[in-house]
Design a protein. Structure first.
Length: 215
């Protein structure tokens, strides 16, 4: 799905907003917005994100949740623009949740920035949660390739949160995007996997093909 990031990025963001709206208190809403970043001359990146805010007050953003767009990880210009946007939300919102599900390039979340490159590379993906109530701390959630995605505690204030299960969001995006037929599983991904992970992924693909043929 990383090789179709433009489409998956939209589906992940919409899916997260939909699931949040199923669980949020009645006075709050998860709303989708977007920000354009200049990546290269004549090429912009659209970073979509979810804002959680009171229904009756459009200006009071409580929490921002973003699936980091793959393009900002590979471009110096895009990365700098993303970091400016990051700082703006840290000055105005109560919490910032970032999910990096694209491998390669720079790590760009607040957790990655705070670690100054010392973030443990124990998993290819991760999530970062920053809270204004404890600005000196950042929560880091490793997301291994072979494990189900985690349930994140999305902050709603100093002492409140709503659980967001990432795995159903990814599963729904895969089904609705018809990636089983869109993606060419005979080819390696654009960002190659390590030897062990590549062998594991190949075994999973073979198992999936046998199951599909049986159906």
């Amino acid at each position: 799905m990383e090789d179709s990031w433009g489409d998956t990025h939209v589906r992940f963001t919409v899916g997260a907003a939909d699931r949040l709206n199923e669980s949020l208190p009645r006075e709050l809403i998860a709303h989708i917005d977007e920000r354009m970043f200049e990546d290269e001359p004549d090429l912009d990146v659209c970073q979509r994100f979810v804002e959680i805010k009171p229904i009756r007050n459009d200006g009071d953003v409580i929490t921002v949740l973003a699936f980091v767009h793959a393009a900002v990880k590979w471009s110096v210009t895009g990365l700098r623009a993303y970091q400016v946007w990051q700082r703006q939300f840290m000055e105005s919102a109560h919490a910032f949740v970032e999910v990096e599900l694209a491998r390669g390039g720079d790590l760009v979340t607040i957790a990655a920035r705070r670690s100054a490159g010392r973030l443990p590379r124990i998993a290819p993906y991760h999530a970062s949660i920053w809270r204004a109530s404890r600005p000196e701390l950042v929560e880091y959630y490793a997301i291994p390739l072979r494990d189900p995605l985690p349930v994140l505690p999305v902050p709603l204030g100093a002492d409140q949160h709503v659980a967001l299960d990432l795995q159903p969001i990814i599963d729904a995006a895969y089904q609705r995007g018809r990636y089983a037929v869109v993606l060419d599983y005979s080819k390696p991904p654009q960002n190659p996997l390590g030897v062990d992970d590549a062998a594991w992924a190949a075994a999973r693909v073979r198992q999936w093909k046998r199951s599909s043929d049986a159906d």
